[in-house]
Ligand binder design. Structure first.
Ligand code: X2X
Length: 333
């Protein structure tokens, strides 16, 4: 009886030429890889964008998301999006800076102090400059940068109250020259590791400390392997949503528009999510046992100035790029 019922229900909606209708392959099946757990706002909003793109393109574009380093660490995904192995990737500014050095400009230590400065710069001339540099590497960067956040310092060893507590600290930083230089300038002993290795390297005490925005500390459960969190706010970090340049050029204009609008809108919504999270995440992490303190930012800036950090990076970026940053945040060196 149920068999007959099933059969009679099928033909109208589900059968073409006597075969059950299975999902048709989209004209453009695109892969997007990232390094964050599914519960992070970046993945939640990216999934919304994928759903919107499927709908608005009438199924012509399918965006498959591979979160949480499923396709490899950041270094691997950056290579894949360049070769076309994947179509989209969201590297942090720190990560894409290994290919596009100017992209590290927003990550200069203690440059940005608030989000008004950040979005004015990244949606303005500073961001436009970085996107143009990214384009030179045959990658397309969508207009709206997504938020990672202000990076904070966690440790299993003790709270960081001022620059002198950084002395000799074994701290994991992303695979990127800027944070290495900055933490060396503060007297720490930084080690570059991909994000995919952070939890285990803290757990096995390969390193004692790491630094990341609070929402990442939350979704990656780093509070399980760290005791102290010092609100150093040392770097503002964001994600560039990038596409393989050849793939992007091959998309018809109408589809480009659908994809770009969905991704940029999702990015704006994701900024809002992080902003909302920022109001509650510290209390949540404290309830999970992380001990917070507010260090004195001026001691870090002074240590960086006297180590020559700002002068050195001003030279590396060059006058034009540096003055775009100082135009947004004021004189640094
Ligand atoms: O690797 C990190 O620390 C992270 C997740 O913040 C970046 O993507 C740079």
């Amino acid at each position: 009886r149920s068999l007959i019922k099933g059969l009679t229900a099928l033909p109208a909606a589900g059968m073409v030429s006597g075969f059950p209708l299975v999902a048709r392959a989209a004209e453009f099946s695109l892969k997007y890889g990232n390094n964050l757990p599914l519960s992070h706002p970046l993945n939640i909003r990216a999934q919304e964008a994928a759903d919107r793109i499927r709908k608005e393109s009438n199924g012509r574009v399918e965006l498959a998301i591979y979160p949480n380093n499923q396709l490899g660490g950041d270094t691997d995904m950056l290579a894949q999006v360049r070769s076309g192995g994947i179509d989209f990737f969201t590297p942090s500014a720190l990560v894409i800076a290994t290919l596009v050095p100017a992209a590290a400009i927003n990550a200069v230590g203690f440059a940005f102090t608030n989000y008004d400065q950040v979005w004015k710069a990244m949606d303005g001339p500073l961001g436009a400059m970085v996107r143009a540099e990214i384009a030179k590497r045959k990658l397309y960067a969508f207009e709206k940068m997504w938020d990672n956040g202000f990076r904070q310092t966690t440790s299993s060893k003790g709270a960081v109250h001022s620059a002198k507590d950084m002395d000799g600290l074994k701290i994991r930083v992303p695979v990127s020259p800027m944070p290495i230089a900055m933490f060396k300038g503060l007297g720490a002993a930084p080690a570059s590791l991909q994000f995919s290795e952070v939890y285990s390297s803290l757990q096995t005490r390969i390193v004692d400390a790491q630094e990341n925005p609070l929402p990442i500390i939350q979704v990656a459960k780093l509070y399980e392997v760290q005791k102290f969190c010092s609100l150093t706010n040392h770097i503002w970090d964001g994600y560039w949503f990038i596409a393989n340049g050849r793939m992007w050029e091959s998309l018809p204009a109408d589809l480009k528009k659908i994809v770009a609008t969905a991704i940029n809108d999702a990015g704006m919504a994701q900024r809002g999510d992080i902003s909302q999270l920022n109001a509650s995440v510290q209390a949540d992490l404290a309830s999970k046992g992380l001990q917070f303190n507010q260090p004195d930012a001026e001691s870090f800036r002074a240590a960086l100035r006297s180590s020559g950090f700002y002068k050195d990076w001003q030279g590396r970026f060059g006058k034009d790029v540096w003055s775009l940053l100082e135009g947004a945040v004021g004189k640094l060196a």
